[in-house]
Ligand binder design. Structure first.
Ligand SMILES: Nc1nc2c(ncn2[C@@H]2O[C@H](COP(=O)(O)OP(=O)(O)OP(=O)(O)O)[C@@H](O)[C@H]2O)c(=O)[nH]1
Ligand SMILES: [Mg+2]
Length: 312
């Protein structure tokens, strides 16, 4: 795997020998970067990113950025040319992954309470599990929560979130199965206001993103409780489908941030890169398993390390 990228990277430099920033290594003096070497590098980069399941327009953007950094430039004699190239590539990928300054914790902390966060995505991507993980995380930060069982569509959904609520020691607001999801969210918000709870997490039903009923339902919840943040939950194993879903949800209801799940099972890691690039929205968290602790704050550097872990 990643044979093409292996050709670019070779061995990892010894500590202290590698440049820290592209600007430090690449400039107007030193050894000139050979154009045909650069073209070969870009070709290998393209193949490598394709092997990692990164979508084509994203690959183009990264190639353009790497080329702009390196074409016609020279590498300071202190550094190896391949180290400078490696850094330019990492920087370009990191830039694509970092869409805006977004920090979930800071957002929740600073916002007037209760903060309403709504989770959307097609069925089975991991919305309910992500809500349970975030609830656990918020409790650990000393905040209180209310869960809104607004998936009234799938049989068993209300029970599923109620079990999480019991385990996590938090209130779940629910109506009967088949009820109005927006009305449940409204009640959850009222409960949070009355009891001075900090964060309302709204679980929603998943169906196909082409299902207009689902989109209408999401829009109604949005109208009724006006969430401060809407998070798209995408399955990192879904490849191009996850990108299409993200695009559709963003267009139809508006997305503020993304949670990518099942990273533990995603060997390639290209989904994060493609989604961040396609909808230009920040990735807030990665879910890495089924336990409550299996959630990590998104860190572009960590993702780049993972993307290239087989290579370096
Ligand atoms: N390996 C792994 N499994 C996960 C992860 N997140 C969720 N799952 C599993 O994926 C399945 C679906 O998760 P749910 O949280 O029920 O998904 P959902 O989006 O709420 O699904 P619907 O309610 O049907 O729309 C469950 O079996 C979860 O345990 C993850 O990060 N890693
Ligand atoms: Mg669910």
């Amino acid at each position: 795997m990643f044979e093409s990228l292996k050709k670019i990277f070779g061995l990892k430099p010894k500590e202290g020998e590698a440049p820290q920033t592209v600007e430090e290594a690449v400039g107007d003096s030193g050894r000139k970067i050979n154009e045909s070497d650069l073209d070969e590098l870009l070709w290998n980069l393209e193949l490598g990113l394709m092997e990692a399941d990164v979508a084509l327009p994203v690959i183009e953007e990264i190639k353009t950025s790497v080329k702009a950094d390196l074409a016609g430039k020279r590498v300071d004699k202190k550094f190896k040319v391949e180290d400078a190239i490696r850094l330019a590539l990492r920087t370009a990928v990191e830039k694509t992954l970092n869409q805006g300054d977004f920090d979930f914790d800071v957002f929740i902390q600073k916002h007037e309470k209760p903060v309403v966060v709504m989770f959307v995505g097609i069925n089975g991507t991991g919305k309910t599990t992500a809500i349970a993980k975030l609830t656990n995380r918020l409790h650990k930060a000393g905040l209180t929560t209310v869960l809104s069982a607004s998936d009234t569509f799938r049989a068993g959904a209300i029970e599923q979130i109620s079990i999480h609520g019991d385990k996590l020691g938090t209130k779940v607001i629910k109506h009967q199965s088949g009820g109005d999801p927006a009305a449940v969210a409204y009640d959850a918000l009222e409960h949070a206001k009355a009891r001075k709870r900090d964060v309302v997490l709204v679980d929603t039903a998943g169906r196909m993103q082409t299902n207009s009923n689902l989109m209408d339902e999401m829009k109604k919840i949005k109208r009724v409780v006006k969430p401060h943040m809407t998070i798209f939950v995408g399955d990192s194993l879904a490849g191009n489908d996850a990108i299409e879903q993200a695009r559709t949800f963003d267009k139809e209801i508006g997305i503020d941030a993304v949670i990518l799940t099942k990273i533990d099972a995603d060997a390639k890691g290209g989904a994060a890169l493609s989604i961040a690039y396609t909808i230009k929205k920040p990735i807030a968290f990665l879910c890495t398993g089924q336990g409550y602790e299996d959630i990590i704050k998104f860190d572009a550097k960590w993702m780049v390390d993972r993307l290239f872990s087989d290579i370096e």
